[in-house]
Design a protein around this ligand. Structure first.
Ligand SMILES: [Cu+2]
Length: 493
């Protein structure tokens, strides 16, 4: 028996090695394979990075002792334009600092909790083999530090998170990040690497409601997030903070999902992932459109940037992208390749009001908060918001489309009654109406995703444009109109 089996087994393992080479696997798999000798050389201090950046490749052929210093900080930051939220963070950012080590490394982990913190915290690293992933050994009161050591047995991309009770609340406040354990031979070389991590957030106020917003425990229990975000704030990966690449680059995204509740359908509009290391493991799938990233899980996605333009990063559970903030961008620069794509930009089709310049909207929001909002500021902000919100139907010059969308330019219907116009925006409109002598019998959906400031600014812009008679609406007026309008059960907001 023995004699027969032995050559068979050698044959099988040889086959496994050859197969691994030919498919370019990240690792030969499992904690059984690797480089588990004692740490060699001087201890190394891990270089940590803030999102969307990733530390450089480990570039080592031997296991080492790696010292990781991570500090927990509770910080108030913008979660969205004009919306403040107190995040609990690993390293001051959401997601927390990216950690990069090599399989077989011995990691001496130092967790510090800033003296200004109000809460104790700890860390559970999914890359740890041991009880609680380090949680029990790392419980740290404000102003204290703790230390534990682990050996990284398995290669892969792992989530870490706080596991202090109430665990859900610590995670919902942003306490998660990624640790990459490179296989002994390292990751294949690519041109650009970025760190993108999704999370769901629960605030007492509704989406984009201004001011300081506290955490809403009941919404979290109901799994009904106010925000779904990449890298901890709406716009963290938009505009001049978009990820950047050049035509011809191979781009690798280390994607995580902190949850606490939602699973992500991770997709980049306009790209196909050439490779996806599903769930952050050792094997890759090829030619993937959308990959599922579990809460507390990860994926490594790679694609070659073939044409210039903007790739739009979304959770393809698509209301999250357009109504809860789960939008990011990768901007690729370089020469057109008309054989692959004709070259017409389509960003605005997808992005609508998200593609407009935020500057006037921000200026108006700040002025409104300090009580100094002027008519001119309202008009400027309203113009930015009109484009992409109303212009899809009423057109950017307000002329509408014959028989389908009534004009807002010189509209007798609008000019007759501004409160009625506000009700149209808040509640939608259907049935027969007459505008400038022409009949319309169509449907306008309620624009209920807009907040009071936005509705006031858009209508003020419209009333002062294209030959309309002028006028002004304030956020307070919109608030009262909203409150006084009955709306269908379940449509309240
Ligand atoms: Cu915590």
């Amino acid at each position: 028996m023995k004699r027969l089996l032995l050559p068979l087994m050698i044959g099988a393992s040889l086959f496994a090695i050859t197969a691994a080479k030919s498919t370019g696997m990240m690792d030969t798999g499992g904690s059984a394979a690797g480089d588990f000798g004692p740490p060699q050389g001087e201890p190394i201090h891990a270089q940590l990075t803030s999102p969307p950046f990733v530390p450089p490749p480990v570039n080592r052929t031997k296991p080492a002792k790696v010292i990781v210093d991570l500090e927990v900080k509770e910080v108030e930051k913008e979660i969205s334009e004009g919306v403040k939220y107190t995040f609990w963070t690993f390293g001051g950012t959401v997601p927390g600092s990216f950690i990069r080590i090599r399989q077989g490394d011995t990691v001496e982990f130092h967790l510090k909790n800033h003296p200004d913190s109000k809460m104790p915290h700890n860390i559970d690293l999914h890359a740890v083999t041991g009880p609680g992933g380090g949680a029990a050994s790392s419980f740290t009161a404000p102003g204290h530090a703790s230390q534990f050591t682990f050996k990284a047995l398995n290669a892969g991309l792992y989530v870490y998170h706080c596991a202090t009770a109430p665990v859900g609340m610590h995670v919902a406040n942003g306490m998660y990040g990624l640790i990459l354990v490179e296989p002994p031979q390292g990751m294949p070389k690519v041109d650009k690497e970025y760190y993108v991590m999704q999370g769901d957030f629960y605030t007492v106020g509704k989406y984009r409601e201004k001011g300081v917003q506290p955490f809403d425990m009941q919404k979290a229990i109901d799994e009904n997030p106010t925000y779904v975000l990449f890298n901890g704030s709406e716009g963290a990966l938009l505009g001049d903070k978009a990820l950047k690449a050049n035509v011809g680059d191979t781009v690798r995204l280390y994607v995580g999902n902190g949850g606490p509740n939602l699973v992500s359908s991770f997709h980049v509009i306009g790209e196909i992932f050439d490779k996806v290391y599903t769930e952050g493991g050792s094997h890759y799938q090829e030619n993937v459109q959308t990959t599922l990233v579990p809460a507390g899980g990860s994926a490594i996605v790679e694609y070659k940037a073939e044409v210039p333009g903007t790739g739009v990063i979304v959770d393809h559970s698509i209301f999250r992208a357009f109504n809860k903030g789960a939008l990011g961008m990768v901007k690729t620069e370089g020469p057109e390749n008309k054989a692959v794509y004709s070259g017409k930009e389509v960003d605005s089709v997808y992005l609508g009001d998200k593609s407009v310049s935020a500057a006037p909207v921000k200026a108006a929001a700040n002025a409104s908060a300090s009580g100094s909002l002027t008519l001119a500021q309202q008009i400027k902000a309203g113009e930015a918001l009109y484009n992409g919100t109303c212009s899809v139907c009423h057109q950017s010059n307000g002329a509408g489309l014959p028989n389908v969308f009534p004009p807002l330019a010189g509209s007798d219907y609008l000019n007759a009654d501004k409160v009625r116009a506000a009700k149209v925006v808040l509640n939608g409109l259907s049935g027969k109406i007459t505008v400038n002598g022409n009949g319309y019998d169509s449907v306008m959906p309620p624009m209920s995703q807009l907040n009071d400031d936005e509705v006031a600014n858009i209508l003020t812009f419209v009333m002062n444009s294209w030959g309309n008679k002028g006028g002004q609406l304030s956020a307070d007026e919109i608030k009262n109109i909203r409150a006084s309008t009955p709306r269908p059960k379940g449509a309240a907001h």
